[in-house]
Design a binder for this molecule. Structure first.
Ligand code: RB5
Length: 147
């Protein structure tokens, strides 16, 4: 399983902690940048990560900006992407368990690197529960088909 990771300047401070968590889980990753705190536009990095998932280069993704909000909004514009904005450990677990999110977004101005590390570990070690939750996720997909 490969994880695509992308951030803007506001999320850059979390990237190293997220990559360390992925490495400790023995998950492969591909880093789409950005690679410094120089100002960039977060939709560009959401696009790189979501396109990599849609074309099969990666299966899941991590997106980081100042709040995790803008980059998550951009990600959810892509068909097949279910991006969950994560601010605590419970949501890191539920995003996978109930929502089968395939991308998480977090914010470097609201979440510490230690917390981001813990959220990544929780999300990527949780399995989707399926069952009644599969039906609900299918309804999300059906909405996309109607658009
Ligand atoms: C960039 O200043 C900031 O707006 C961005 O990182 C993010 O927080 C947007 O949601």
């Amino acid at each position: 399983m490969k994880v695509a990771i992308g951030c803007d300047h506001g999320g850059y401070c979390l990237k190293e902690a997220c990559i360390r968590a992925l490495q400790e889980l023995s998950l492969e990753y591909v880093d789409f940048g950005t690679f410094s705190e120089e100002s960039v536009d977060y939709p560009d990095y959401a696009e790189k990560v979501c396109k990599a998932i849609r074309n099969g280069e990666a299966e899941q993704g991590i997106l980081l900006c100042g709040t995790g909000i803008g980059i998550g909004i951009a990600a959810n514009k892509f068909k097949g992407i279910r991006c969950a904005h994560i601010t605590d450990l419970f949501c890191a677990e539920m995003a996978k368990l109930h929502n089968n999110a395939n991308v998480i977004s977090m914010g470097g101005r609201i979440t510490s690197p230690d917390d981001a590390y813990a959220f990544v570990k929780k999300f990527f070690t949780t399995e989707f529960a399926g069952g009644r939750h599969q039906k609900r996720v299918d309804k999300i997909t059906a909405i996309e088909e109607k658009e």
